[in-house]
Design a protein around this ligand. Structure first.
Ligand code: SAH
Length: 347
């Protein structure tokens, strides 16, 4: 049975599902889910290209950021935790870039938080010394640096749409022909003041528990959590659910489980939840600002000098990561910290 059939039957028996339930099924269904079935990040068959897949400079600079922070924490033995490492390219580049930093490799235990079995195989190839945890709460205790690139955008979202008469929840249901279709719930609540009809609000119900886990860890021991993702600081009022298959946007209902489903991250909410939990928050800043602050331009020049044949490629990668027409402005970086640490580089 395909995931589409499974979803149609589920909806027939139980009624329409929230967008978050639909997203969860598409991404995490143990048999048909996107992450269970296709390690299609990076490489020729990729459905999308992430920053570490686009350029080695990304992982290198994050690695040096971690080394700097480890130094600022007093060089403890610590867990270098990556949430959703994909093919493990970021860690591979980070590890190589820090090999000459005395004591860093000995002090760091790499822990990957991952749910996808095919991707774990890829990660193992690039970071042989890593350990795995299914969830952040299962990672070993102790001081930590947590990094996560394009992880928060996988958190399933619920969507609410403003009609003439008030807010409705967007739901996935079936039409008369038993095809998957989006519809709206009955009115949940009246509109408020200047909300625009047609406006969409999105919330990630899983975000508070993730921030809670980070907070527990950063209060028990000193550390930082660095999240990089595409998203907004002020809600756009628009539908940001996106399905990508072979670098092309597709209808999320068309091929459930075969396309990557993501949504823009609400960085204001991440910051608010973290502050409420007593953490210090730095940023969000744009990815362009962050990487320039870490010296990506200097790194690019060094790579060009070392390998003049690749100069054009390096220039393209630099532009891709930092230019506001590419990943530089849409992508944001936020750092959550144990209280009273000095500001981290890049903010
Ligand atoms: N960070 C990588 C991959 C981003 S794709 C890169 O930048 O290239 C998202 C990653 O998060 C994948 O590795 C996916 O399997 C993992 N993932 C998604 N949801 C997860 C969850 N709930 N728990 C753990 N890992 C998850």
């Amino acid at each position: 049975m395909s995931l589409t059939q499974k979803l149609v039957e589920h909806i027939r028996d139980n009624g329409p599902m929230t967008v978050a339930e639909f997203m969860s099924a598409c991404l995490y269904d143990p048999k048909h889910g996107y992450y269970a079935t296709r390690p299609a990040i990076g490489g020729a068959n990729a459905d999308f290209l992430t920053a570490p897949e686009a350029s080695q400079m990304f992982g290198e600079l994050i690695g040096l950021w971690c080394a700097h922070e480890w130094d600022a924490l007093g060089k403890p033995a610590f867990n270098l935790i990556e949430l959703g490492p994909g093919r493990g390219v970021l860690m591979q580049d980070a590890w190589r870039a820090t090999q000459r930093i005395e004591g860093f490799h000995d002090a760091a235990s790499v822990v990957f938080v991952e749910t996808s079995a095919p991707l774990m195989d890829e990660q193992q190839k690039r970071a042989p010394s890593a350990e795995w945890a299914a969830r952040l709460e299962d990672a070993p205790p102790g001081p930590c640096l947590i990094i996560a690139n394009e992880f928060l955008d996988c958190l399933p979202i619920r969507q609410f749409v403003l009609g003439e008469d008030g807010w409705h929840e967007k739901l996935a249901g079936i039409d008369e022909a038993d095809q998957l279709t989006f519809g709206l719930s009955a009115v949940l609540t009246a509109p408020e003041s200047d909300d625009e009809p047609g406006a969409v609000r999105e919330i990630a119900p899983g975000l508070p528990s993730l921030i809670y886990e980070v907070e527990q860890r950063l209060h028990a021991n000193p550390g930082r959590a660095l999240f990089i993702d595409y998203g907004y600081v002020r809600p756009e009022g628009a539908d940001t659910l996106q399905a990508l298959k072979n670098h092309t946007k597709v209808d999320p209902l068309e091929t459930p489980g075969e396309a990557d489903l993501t949504a823009h991250v609400d960085f204001a909410r991440v910051a608010h939840l973290a502050r409420e939990a007593g953490l210090d928050v730095h940023g969000p800043v744009t990815q362009g600002e962050f990487l320039r602050g870490l010296g990506i331009e200097v790194r690019a020049e060094a790579l060009k000098r070392a390998n003049p044949d690749h100069a054009e490629r390096v220039a393209r990668e630099l532009r891709r990561l930092t230019h506001s027409d590419e990943m530089g402005a849409l992508f944001k970086v936020i750092c959550l910290s144990s209280p009273n640490l000095p500001p981290p580089p890049g903010f």
